[in-house]
Write a protein that binds this ligand. Structure first.
Ligand SMILES: Nc1ncnc2c1ncn2[C@@H]1O[C@H](COP(=O)(O)OP(=O)(O)OP(=O)(O)O)[C@@H](O)[C@H]1O
Ligand SMILES: [Mg+2]
Length: 284
């Protein structure tokens, strides 16, 4: 099993190296990076290119580790027990009918190797990663209700993404292989855009990229636009048929780009940008 990038996803050499290192080590790959730099998509693409089904677990602030293992549906069982005259109580006597299997259970008991994505682990509370240490390490857990040990038939390829909203515990980090997706340089970004808009005119791309990196390099921005914002913006530029001249200022000075709402996502950043443009005009 070796990941070599895919037609829809531009993976840099060090990212491919990291994916393959994690597979070799049989450890989860912990992927961090700015929002919109392709963390979630990486898991989807690796799974697809290795031919593995992908099981996804999207973490919220309310998610508990146990939900990924299994949950015991006592309420349904109680209700069924009150109606047991209907089917002779067959269903209610077997506790297995009331165990709701979580993503990890499904991944561990799948007949073929699978990929498993634990997306945005930093959204959960601080105990969440610690609660999964043994499951991730030993690939097994115990179901107390049915008194059985669930052990992975095949070790899943695990991806864990984080947006760095919370620190992860050291014991958890020890069990992962880590990779930070750096913000793509202009060359890589051109490839990424090429994947999404194969027929884009080179002049428009060059002008849009210049504006994009100008906006991004503005000191003091609260939220820097990322890959997905550039792609959205290009999509709009194409759809609205924005002329090239609207992106290029004659004297090489910064101008507020059309449809700036695709790139800047809060009013302070827009104001900051407008101020800069205004100052440059006056300095002329
Ligand atoms: N390397 C890449 N190759 C191709 N497309 C990319 C790449 N990186 C990002 N994209 C594009 O950016 C979009 C956002 O990617 P994705 O949802 O994976 O980001 P993310 O890092 O998971 O963001 P978040 O932290 O907000 O969840 C994707 O839908 C894809 O179109
Ligand atoms: Mg994501």
């Amino acid at each position: 099993m070796k990941f070599q990038g895919s037609d829809n996803y531009v993976a840099t050499q060090d990212l491919m190296l990291a994916v393959n290192a994690a597979i070799t080590l049989k450890r989860p790959l912990l992927v961090k990076g700015e929002p919109g730099t392709g963390k979630t998509m990486l898991a989807e693409e690796v799974a697809q290119s290795l031919g593995l089904p992908l099981l996804q677990w999207h973490i919220k602030s309310t998610t508990k580790a146990q939900q990924g293992l299994y949950e015991y549906d006592a309420v349904s069982r109680l209700r069924d027990s009150q109606l047991k005259d209907l089917d002779g109580g067959e269903r209610v006597s077997d506790i297995n009918n009331y165990i709701v299997k979580g993503v990890l259970w499904q991944a561990f008991t799948a007949d073929q190797p699978v990929a498993l994505l634990i997306d945005e682990i930093d959204k959960a509370d601080i105990e969440f990663p610690n609660d999964l240490l043994r499951e991730i390490d030993r690939m097994e857990f115990y179901c107390y209700e049915t008194r059985e040990l669930i052990r992975a038939k095949h070790r899943p390829v695990v991806f864990i993404t984080s947006n760095n909203e919370k620190e992860l515990p050291d014991a958890f980090l020890r069990r992962c292989f880590f990779h930070y997706i750096k913000f793509p340089d202009a060359e890589t970004m051109k490839h990424i855009v090429g994947v999404h808009f194969p027929g884009l005119k080179q002049e428009l791309l060059a002008a849009a990229m210049k504006t994009f990196y100008d906006v991004r390099n503005l000191p003091g921005l609260k939220k820097k636009p990322s890959t997905s914002e550039l792609l959205d913006w290009l999509k709009l530029l194409v759809a609205e048929d924005i002329p090239l001249e609207a992106l290029q200022s004659k004297d090489d000075k910064v101008a507020v780009p059309p449809l700036v709402g695709a790139l800047l996502k809060n009013e302070q950043d827009v104001t900051l940008f407008e101020k800069l443009v205004f100052m440059q005009r006056n300095n002329r």
